[in-house]
Write a protein that binds this ligand. Structure first.
Ligand SMILES: Nc1ncnc2c1ncn2[C@@H]1O[C@H](COP(=O)(O)OP(=O)(O)OP(=O)(O)O)[C@@H](O)[C@H]1O
Ligand SMILES: NC(=O)c1ccc[n+]([C@@H]2O[C@H](COP(=O)(O)O)[C@@H](O)[C@H]2O)c1
Ligand SMILES: [Zn+2]
Length: 251
């Protein structure tokens, strides 16, 4: 793993966001800092485009709004709407590359709202120096995911080998453990992951929390309480907009 500046980027549905989606970032950041494996300068959540077509995927503007509510108290994790604004689904490799390129060479005209504050401040401080892409200060965007997403690499036809080589070779992955997955064994059994194992950081989550979006959707559907599994503001938003089979009454 490189020792430079790192931005962690999580992709997924986030339908709806849960506390574990947010915890992943904190757990990974602490692990990387405590072992001196790099400096985390920001986090990005990148919800997938509606065209991804997963079951129970509510419209992107709702998922973005819920993520923004859930992250309103975070000083370092931002929501990027970029994937949702494209004309269709974007492969993860392309999304990571877009975000990394934009961070390292921010557009002069309009500053993206998802740009981490630390990057913004550095760029303001350095505005008179010549920022050349490829310098030693460049940020690496790494894919942050749970172990189940890593295991999806083995699903036939889902990820191309080319994309996996690029993600593993040029960026790297930070994997947070998840009940029901054995990422160490999975890496060992995959030739591709084994080849790039230096770029796959396994982070054990010792404070296990098995909440998932599926669980929250199920509770809502059944008229049971998902309170304390995600942010109250997210739950209010869900009810106000009558998402996941809810009606607009109190939480
Ligand atoms: N409890 C968890 N522990 C570790 N990683 C998690 C956990 N919940 C979600 N993630 C990770 O969060 C990212 C986004 O996943 P996703 O939007 O599918 O959430 P989910 O809770 O798994 O939702 P769903 O139940 O709809 O599949 C993925 O990388 C996934 O592995
Ligand atoms: N080939 C690819 O780049 C590829 C394949 C499958 C899923 N993904 C991404 O992984 C994430 C999976 O999200 P879910 O776990 O919610 O299904 C999404 O962001 C999706 O875009 C990427
Ligand atoms: Zn999932």
């Amino acid at each position: 793993m490189s020792q430079g500046k790192i931005v962690l980027m999580a992709c997924g549905s986030f339908s709806p966001p849960t506390y574990m989606h947010l915890r992943m970032f904190e757990i990974a950041k602490d692990y990387i800092h405590s072992l001196g494996l790099g400096t985390i300068v920001g986090g990005i959540v990148s919800p997938v485009h509606d065209a991804y077509g997963k079951k129970d995927l509510v419209a992107a503007h709702h998922r973005v709004a819920m993520l923004k509510l859930a992250l309103r108290s975070s000083g370092w994790i931002k929501v990027s709407e970029w994937e949702t604004q494209q004309t269709g689904w974007t492969r993860t490799r392309a999304s990571i590359k877009y975000h990394q390129d934009t961070i390292n060479t921010p557009p002069q005209t309009e500053t993206p709202t998802w740009l981490p504050d630390d990057i913004l401040n550095v760029n303001i401080d350095d505005c008179n120096s010549n920022h050349v892409n490829g310098n030693s200060d460049d940020v690496t965007v790494k894919l942050l995911c749970g172990a189940d997403l890593l295991e999806s690499f083995a699903t036939p036809g889902l990820w191309s080998d080319d994309d996996l080589e690029a993600i593993l070779g040029r960026h790297g992955i930070v994997v947070v453990s998840r009940a029901g997955s054995d990422p160490g064994r999975f890496i060992y059994e995959s030739d591709m992951l084994y080849k790039y194992r230096k770029n796959v950081l396994l982070v054990t989550n010792y404070i296990v929390n098995e909440v998932s979006s599926t669980v929250i959707r199920r509770l809502l559907r059944r008229g049971e309480s998902p309170k304390y599994l995600t942010d109250d503001a997210v739950l209010s938003y869900i009810r106000q907009n009558q998402l996941y089979g809810t009606t607009a009454n109190v939480t």
